[in-house]
Write a protein that binds this ligand. Structure first.
Ligand code: SF4
Length: 218
């Protein structure tokens, strides 16, 4: 069965191909979007959140489109930068290595983590990294300050092999606050989700169509 995430990815990629041809998005953004770890699902959820906020609701279509394209380009830039860094750190194995360690562990806590990504849908976090961290100081600041206007999830949140599930791109090097978010915190978060769900699948599809449309139209 084709999942929501797969539908979304296909629709966005079709739009991005056309947008790339007419120069509406940069080649770098088009390249990043094609990557199976690019967080398309979280980008759509990001837009879903923005749609509920006043500045978005009251903005014209043109303003919405410009904001969206800016968010997309900024995401693509950090995604490509992190991918390059991981490739160097993992001796050229890159994102496949990240996926394998995420699926097989032991780098991710097993058993309770469903990779819903909800705990990483934060604009910023406390930038407290282990003292011997390899994470560049600029990225530590990025984690602390967030990616800027309109961004509603962590700069290092990726998608697990185009599945709609989450993958922390810097899991072995993540911050201390991320390390202390464990089963008990997850449980608490999940209980809250029962009353305040992350998103409704129908709204997700509608937003995905809207996003494709916005990327694609001049
Ligand atoms: S650094 Fe990783 S674990 Fe921490 S919020 Fe970002 S994606 Fe989630």
């Amino acid at each position: 069965m084709v999942t929501n995430a797969e539908h979304a990815r296909k629709a966005i990629l079709r739009s991005a191909r056309r947008a790339r041809k007419v120069g509406r998005i940069t080649p770098a953004a088009a390249f990043a979007l094609r990557h199976r770890c690019f967080p398309i699902t979280y980008l759509i959820r990001n837009i879903l959140t923005l749609q509920r906020e006043d500045p978005w609701m009251h903005g014209s279509r043109r303003v919405q489109k410009n904001r969206l394209l800016r968010i997309l380009e900024e995401r693509a830039r950090i995604f490509l930068e992190v991918s390059k860094w991981i490739r160097e750190k993992s001796g050229g194995q890159g994102w496949r290595h990240q996926i394998e360690s995420a699926i097989e562990g032991p780098s991710l806590p097993s058993g309770y983590c469903s990779h819903c990504g909800g705990c990483c849908e934060i604009a910023s976090g406390f930038p407290d990294f282990p003292p011997d961290t390899a994470i560049p100081s600029r990225w530590q600041r990025l984690f602390g300050d967030g990616m800027g206007r309109g961004h509603r999830f962590c700069a290092f949140l990726w998608e697990l092999d185009a599945s709609g599930r989450s993958l922390c791109a810097i899991h072995p090097w993540r911050s201390n606050p991320c390390r202390v978010f464990e089963e008990e915190e997850c449980d608490y978060f999940m209980k809250d989700l029962k009353t305040n769900p992350l998103f409704d699948p129908k709204a997700f599809s509608v937003t995905c169509r809207r996003l494709s449309h916005l990327i694609n139209r001049g």
